[in-house]
Design a protein around this ligand. Structure first.
Ligand code: NDP
Length: 390
């Protein structure tokens, strides 16, 4: 991993310098994206039209995973064995031994295997339609932008990037290159979380008054030490896990909060948490007066999404896991199926590419959330209530 970190710092400095020259001081003037109508990057591209015409929409799209860490290995690659509209066509890795293992395991030809230096050559590979960025957060912007310039559609993991400015550059690059951009928000494809969206947004039990959201795990200090490095992670558990609480509160309400107050928690393991926070709690206010009390930590295990409305309540616990999500309401158990969230998410994006449709989890949603994460950090640093710009 030492080699990875060195490469990251060196490349990121150079990439960001080139990027600021390319984009200058442009801003996007991004409209607020509502949950009901999240738009992606414009109309059907020439590339999509060709794909559709040539295939009659029957082609399985090729996905290349970039960064073969825990999530790519244990969730995405297995999910790609279940997908119907896309398949694992290629890999991008900085670790040669992983390349060998994946080639054997998933029958990936040499011509579809890249490293971070040869990555841009993916532009010449017709087997790859979609690039899925599963790198440390601080690398998402660079690899999304390079992927867009290679004219590939992009799925980027959450958080979309570590700054609002990077998110804007990513959206701009995808728009300029006529490719679609989606964020790995898998819970928008999960039945219990979808039910919460319905209960809250359609006011099934009346107007929502209160939300409680918590997502935490005990950081064990294992292989993914980049999570403790502010430059690579953007922050601590808020960036990694708290983003699910922000998402949960917003998709319960169907609107964006207007202001936030926040407080960093105590650091009880300073050997780990000298660069990023160990825990943080925050309160978001919504236009109708509802409040969401949220917390996230790298020092305990919990996953909760609770909502209370005028005439009822609901509770998901665990709320954000890959499987085993459980839900109940004041009327009883939700009794909904467990699904492969990642397979559904990737198939839906492939469908959007094939049919020229808009993804419901676009870059604009990722940008919105990173803007809120920045506001939460500012509120914790200053002790003030921070207005959320939309
Ligand atoms: P890992 O640390 O397990 O994997 C990251 C991989 O990135 C590494 O294995 C390595 O792959 C590559 N890499 C390249 N440069 C570096 C570097 N400088 N330092 C460390 N790794 C580097 O992380 P995760 O798989 O857990 O997370 C990756 C991304 O996925 C994150 O953005 C995270 O937020 C997101 N994620 C999303 C989840 C979800 O539920 N949607 C769940 C878990 C993670 P290689 O050796 O192939 O180069």
């Amino acid at each position: 991993m030492l080699q990875h970190s060195y490469l990251f710092r060196h490349n990121r400095r150079k990439f960001l310098k080139d990027l600021s020259l390319a984009f200058g001081a442009t801003t996007l003037g991004m409209p607020l994206v509502s949950l009901a109508s999240c738009q992606s990057s414009g109309s059907e591209t020439q590339q999509e039209q060709q794909t559709n015409q040539a295939s009659g929409n029957s082609k399985k799209l090729g996905i290349a995973l970039v960064g073969l860490g825990s999530y790519a290995t244990n969730q995405l690659a297995p999910a790609l064995q279940e997908t119907e509209k896309c398949y694992l066509a290629g890999i991008v890795t900085g670790t040669p031994s992983k390349a060998e293992e994946w080639k054997r395991k998933y029958n990936i030809p040499d011509k579809n295997v890249y490293n971070y230096e040869t990555y841009d050559q993916i532009a010449d590979n017709p087997d790859i339609d979609i690039i899925y960025i599963v790198l440390p957060n601080g690398m998402h912007a660079e690899y999304t932008i390079r992927g867009a310039r290679a004219k590939k559609h992009i799925i980027c993991e959450k958080p979309m990037a570590t700054t609002v400015a990077d998110c804007k550059h990513m959206i701009e690059a995808c728009n300029q290159n006529n490719v679609k951009l989606s964020i790995g928000y898998r819970l928008h494809f999960e039945p219990h979380n979808l039910r919460v969206m319905e209960l809250g947004q359609q006011q099934v039990y009346g107007a929502v008054q209160q939300i409680e959201a918590a997502d935490s795990f005990v950081f064990s200090g294992s292989s993914d030490k980049w999570r403790l490095d502010k430059e690579l992670a953007g922050g601590g558990p808020l960036m990694d896990l708290g983003i699910y609480c922000v998402q949960g509160a917003i998709y319960t309400m169907g609107e964006t909060p207007t202001a936030v107050t926040a407080k960093f928690g105590e650091v009880t393991r300073p050997e780990y948490f000298d660069d990023v926070e160990q825990s943080i709690s925050w309160q978001m206010e919504f236009p109708n007066g509802a409040v969401a009390n949220c917390r996230t930590s790298y020092n305990k295990n919990e996953g909760l999404l609770y909502g209370k409305a005028e005439n009822g309540w609901w509770r998901l616990e665990p709320a954000y896991s890959y499987s085993g999500i459980k839900g109940k309401t004041n009327e009883g158990l939700m009794n909904l199926p467990q699904v492969n969230q990642q397979a559904r998410q990737m198939d839906d994006f492939a469908r959007c590419v094939l049919e020229g449709d808009e993804t419901k989890v676009p870059g604009e949603m990722g940008l919105r959330d990173v803007r809120i994460l920045e506001a939460i950090y500012e509120a914790a640093r200053t002790g003030e209530s921070v207005a959320i710009q939309t």
